[in-house]
Design a protein. Structure first.
Lengths: 346, 277
């Protein structure tokens, strides 16, 4: 008996150690991708030059490339990756469905429609764009998520996860067709802007975008992390969550709202990158299992690595124009996802 | 455990949308006993259990926890007094036995709390009582059906409630696993003093393990009492519309239904012997 207890303790210590190693590993990967990303692009900056520039010894041209073009883009890709991954992780947790992602709650469709409407009325390069975009996207996504929630809500029962997903698919399809109708009406320059946005290109190569995104993340991520135990319990199904004393409907609404806000603010600056929210939680779950206290941070890290790596590759592969990051994420992600499905037991 | 938590209903009515499933139900669950709720499919057994466990809101009437309206407690307070396990709950893939049982401490934790030493002590106790210590580090997906059900019961135990409600704890289990689960519940009742309330569809298992039985049909209690009072031809005829033959099982001394037949007046039953009653 004592022997068994000791064995269990040893095992738990081993797991804790492994988790720490995974955190460190992910962080190292992120730093690596950061460094490589700084060095690559249309103009190659060797590591020594990058370092010199970072510490203030660069030429005007090097400063421009690093501080005004590359760094903000890298930072945005990291933030967006983390935000979208967390958003997906929350939605997968509360719907108990491994195929759910932020796109499912109409976030991309709603935000996209709003952005097209804005571009249609105010043009693609109006003065307020950068800071209004997150609000607009949030507004569009919020309304869409609200509609989906209201349609999926049944009195006395609340939200059944499956109904939420099916309603989401239907509403999203409707909005996408509406978007297509509107896209036809766009002028050429407007069309370029919208097409780039939809492909998920991190065109936000300036610090304003970082500033527009950062407050949202600083607000939402601590909230989500503080709810990790609630997410664990919701993951056991509504009835068990009730039995354990979670206020199921209220917590779900709060977490859904946080998830929508996270994804919408990310999507607003990065364009429609949908695959991260699906795949990063899967990756993270493979690495550390389903407990959210460790799953959420790892998920954010994996998302950040995924998008920043995809962005770097996207910039290198097709120079000088580059492939939109969203497409690159899908190119990397789709085969991996298929591999996961083939390997899984379901 | 000196002060056992008690539960009772008064004039309870539950509706799905506008369909009244249960109407005017008055029930007092005996403390420190095993109660089995029986009845035909769709008669409202699970509905009653979920309403008593405050998962469903009643349309009318009251559920009393320790003599007070259950709605006066916060849901976390209720979770410290009563646990309810739904039918065939699903654990997330990759979760270990120890981790799932640790979730039973949820009603006692706040914010970002980690498990305290006393939480770990209670988890270890719950694992030991359910004989799961050796499986603590195994993933729940890799267990047999009976072991899995034991894990969920251990989670309910970690909630430190002396009132455990279970909805069909033996569904989809093989015969030996059904006994494994029911014997565990019996032991919890006799050794730990837990009040157990369960919905069971197997009459003979219900009669064998329960101290008290409640027969429900169409949301109404037909009869309640000791197994000997419920397992009668008359009550089973009213509850299930069957013609049952009941004997006392010699090994347990409990009433057992050895055979039953649909009630069909004056219709030929070719599979019965001539002249059989």
């Amino acid at each position: 008996m004592m022997n068994q207890l000791q064995k269990n303790e040893t095992y738990k210590r081993k797991i804790a150690l492994r988790n720490t190693a995974i955190v460190v590993g992910c962080a190292v990967l992120l730093v690596l991708s950061f460094i490589i990303s700084m060095n690559t692009g249309y103009t190659k900056l060797p590591p020594s030059d990058t370092l010199r520039t970072l510490f203030g010894g660069g030429t005007a041209r090097e400063n421009l490339i690093l501080f005004d073009f590359r760094l903000p883009r890298i930072v945005v890709s990291i933030l967006v990756g983390a935000g979208l991954a967390l958003s997906g992780c929350i939605i997968q947790g509360i719907t108990k469905n491994a195929l759910a992602d932020p796109g499912l709650l109409g976030i991309n469709a709603g935000a996209g429609l709003m952005i097209i409407l804005y571009v249609l009325f105010f043009g693609a390069h109006s003065f307020l764009s950068v800071f209004t975009l997150p609000f607009l996207a949030l507004f569009g996504a919020g309304i869409t998520a609200g509609i989906i929630y209201a349609l999926a809500f049944k009195k006395g029962e609340g939200i059944a996860p499956l109904r939420l997903i099916l309603t989401g698919v239907a509403v999203q399809a409707g909005l996408s067709s509406l978007t297509t109708v509107l896209v036809v009406k766009l002028a050429d320059t407007q069309f370029d802007f919208v097409a780039t946005w939809q492909a998920g290109s991190i065109w936000a190569s300036n610090w304003k975008f970082v500033l527009a995104l950062l407050p949202w993340l600083l607000l939402l991520i601590p909230y989500v992390l503080s709810k990790s135990r609630v997410l664990d319990v919701l993951n056991l199904g509504d009835d068990v969550a009730h039995s354990l004393g979670a206020t199921v409907e209220r917590e779900r609404r709060g977490l859904l709202a946080a998830s929508v806000a996270l994804a919408a603010s990310c999507v607003a600056v990065s364009g429609s990158i949908s695959f991260v929210g699906l795949i990063a939680p899967h990756l993270a779950r493979q690495l550390v299992g389903p407990r959210h206290r460790i799953l959420l941070p790892i998920c954010a890290l994996t998302g950040a690595v995924l998008v920043s790596a995809a962005d770097t590759i996207a910039r290198v592969v097709a120079q000088p124009a580059g492939i939109p990051t969203g497409i690159m994420v899908a190119i990397i992600g789709a085969p991996y996802f298929l591999y996961l499905l083939a390997k899984s037991r379901y | 455990m000196m002060n056992l938590n008690s539960i009772a209903t008064e004039n309870l009515a539950v509706a799905y949308e506008d369909n009244l499933v249960v109407n005017g139900l008055n029930m007092q669950i005996p403390q420190g006993k095993i109660t089995a709720i029986i009845g035909p499919n769709g008669c409202g057994k699970s509905t009653v259990l979920k309403t008593v466990g405050r998962i469903l809101k009643p349309k009318n009437g009251m559920v009393y926890l320790n003599g007070d309206d259950i709605r006066r407690f916060t849901t976390k307070e209720v979770a410290q007094k009563m646990a309810i396990l739904p039918q065939s709950p699903q654990a997330p893939a990759g979760l270990t036995v120890g981790e799932l049982v640790a979730y039973g401490r949820f009603p006692y934790q706040r914010g970002l709390d980690k498990l305290k030493p006393e939480d770990n002590k209670i988890i270890a106790w719950a694992l030991e009582v359910t004989k799961l210590t050796e499986l603590e580090t195994t993933a729940v997906d890799n267990l047999s059906g009976g072991q899995r059900q034991r894990v969920w019961i251990a989670m309910a135990l970690a909630q430190q409630t002396d009132l455990i409600l279970l909805d069909e704890p033996t569904t989809y289990l093989d015969l030996s696993y059904q006994l494994e689960v029911l014997e565990l519940l019996y032991r919890l009742n006799r050794e730990q003093g837990c009040t157990i309330v369960m919905v069971l569809h197997d009459l003979n298992l219900a009669a064998r393990f329960a101290d008290y039985m409640v027969a429900i049909r169409c949301g109404d209690i037909i009869c309640h009492g000791a197994p000997e009072e419920i397992m009668t031809t008359k009550v089973l005829r009213e509850t299930f519309r069957i013609d049952a033959k009941i004997i006392t099982e010699p090994r347990t001394g409990r009433p057992t239904c050895i055979s039953y037949d649909l009630i069909k007046e004056n219709e030929p039953r070719p599979y019965m012997k001539e002249g059989a009653k």
